[in-house]
Structures are given as structure tokens and as C-alpha cells.
Write a protein that binds this ligand. Structure first.
Ligand code: 5GP
Ligand code: MG
Length: 166
């Protein structure tokens, strides 16, 4: 196990408190990136105590344990993002490709502010310049499972984060 459920709970609470402070008065729209971010988002958003909206989007990009390098269309986005304060909730930023493409797409919709909260980051794998406002954990460049992260569809329900050993 890399990160225990207890460690996750403590860190998610810290992030929620930071976001409550930073986003006060901004009526943020949280965009939850399905599927992976569902658990992080649920735990975090329960502790958000300012007025906000929540929407769910999906941007498939990952196949097995290797990033496919290309992204499918963003689906599920019904709200207008124009002049809104947007906070993207993501499970993990690995190479950063998914996030940089997503940020480009969202910026084109002219939000007032655009922020990113990711549960995990692999700093050694990152090869785009990204501004990540909130990072739960910086983790080694290994394949992770649990707390929303799957391996072939399994393991998302685990309450801790594990390294997949082949
Ligand atoms: P990136 O485009 O940054 O390389 O990859 C981002 C996406 O790939 C994440 O949103 C996540 O869905 C998936 N991903 C990246 N690393 C891992 C990992 O270690 N385990 C799992 N299960 N998914 C990962
Ligand atoms: Mg994801």
C-alpha cells in the first residue's frame, strides 16, 4: 500500500478547507472527471461548505497501463462555462497530456477562472507545463490502483492507493 485510507482522509480534508477559503464568494462549478475522480470528488465535495455546482464529464484516454496518447471527445458538459469559476477534479495527473488537452478545451469556453485539483500527481512522469492548484499526493512513477483508479476496470472501490505489482 502506498497511501492509506487514513492518509487520504486527512489530506482530502486539508484540500477541501483550502478550496473553501480560496473559492468563497465565487460560486464555483466543479467538473468531476469520470470515471477515476468519482471517489476523490465525493469525499472532497462533502466537505465543501460554500455555494457551488457540480457536474460530471468524461474524457476517455487510458487503455490498460499505458496512456494511449490521444483523447476522445469530452462528454457530458451541458453547463455554460463562460464567466464561471471552474474547478476541475481529477484522479491523477501522469504525463499531463489529458489535463493539458482538457485545459485547452475548457479555456476555449471562456471561464472567468480555471483551477485544477488532482488527488495524485506523478512528478517524474509529467512532461507538460501545468499549473495545478491543488495536489493531494505526489507519488512515484508506478501504476497505481485504488481510490478511483482502476486496473482493467477493477480496484476503483479500494479505499487506499496501491502500487500494481505485475
Ligand atoms: P496522463 O494524460 O496525465 O498521462 O494520464 C491521465 C489519466 O490516466 C488519469 O486521469 C488516469 O485516468 C490515468 N492514469 C494515469 N496514471 C494512472 C495510474 O497509475 N493508474 C491508473 N489506474 N490510471 C492512471
Ligand atoms: Mg482520469
Amino acid at each position: 500500500m502506498l497511501i492509506s485510507a487514513e492518509q487520504i482522509r486527512a489530506r482530502v480534508s486539508e484540500l477541501a478547507q483550502q478550496i473553501n477559503r480560496d473559492m468563497a464568494g465565487k460560486n464555483p462549478l466543479f467538473l468531476v472527471m469520470l470515471n477515476g475522480a468519482f471517489m476523490f470528488a465525493a469525499d472532497l465535495l462533502k466537505q465543501i461548505n460554500i455555494p457551488c455546482e457540480i457536474s460530471f464529464v468524461k474524457y476517455a484516454s487510458y487503455c490498460g497501463t499505458q496512456s494511449s496518447g490521444r483523447l476522445n471527445k469530452l462528454i457530458g458538459l451541458k453547463e455554460s462555462l463562460r464567466d464561471r469559476c471552474i474547478v476541475i477534479l481529477e484522479d491523477i495527473v501522469d504525463s499531463g497530456l489529458t489535463m493539458s488537452r482538457l485545459l485547452d478545451e475548457i479555456k476555449a469556453k471562456k471561464p472567468a477562472e480555471l483551477h485544477v485539483a488532482t488527488c495524485a500527481l506523478k512528478p517524474e512522469a509529467l512532461n507538460s507545463e501545468l499549473e495545478l492548484d491543488y495536489v493531494g499526493f505526489s507519488l512515484p512513477n508506478v501504476f497505481l490502483v485504488g481510490y478511483g483508479l482502476d486496473y482493467g476496470g477493477y480496484g476503483r472501490n479500494l479505499e487506499a492507493i496501491y502500487e500494481l505489482k505485475s
